[in-house]
Design a protein around this ligand. Structure first.
Ligand SMILES: [Zn+2]
Length: 80
């Protein structure tokens, strides 16, 4: 993956940082992208269990099973 892709991912995902996504019935917060040595990842965090999940940027966050539901997203609810 190129540096161009990395910049694109950073820019593209900036607006959803701190937003919550449902993975099944578990809410994960999107922390930001991770520049790994082999791949780029979306970093998802489950606060209650302190579980971190890395979702490859090859697919979208939604493709990995994370669903953004504004009514269940604390960030969306705060911002109205
Ligand atoms: Zn949201």
């Amino acid at each position: 993956m190129s540096e161009t892709n990395w910049k694109f991912i950073v820019t593209e995902s900036e607006s959803i940082i701190d937003h919550q996504f449902m993975y099944g019935n578990r809410p994960f917060t999107y922390l930001g992208p991770l520049h790994g040595s082999d791949d780029f990842y979306y970093v998802m965090y489950h606060p209650d269990s302190r579980e971190l999940r890395l979702s490859s940027c090859v697919g979208s966050i939604e493709n990995a099973g994370f669903e953004h539901i504004p009514e269940k997203c604390i960030k969306c609810l705060k911002e109205g």
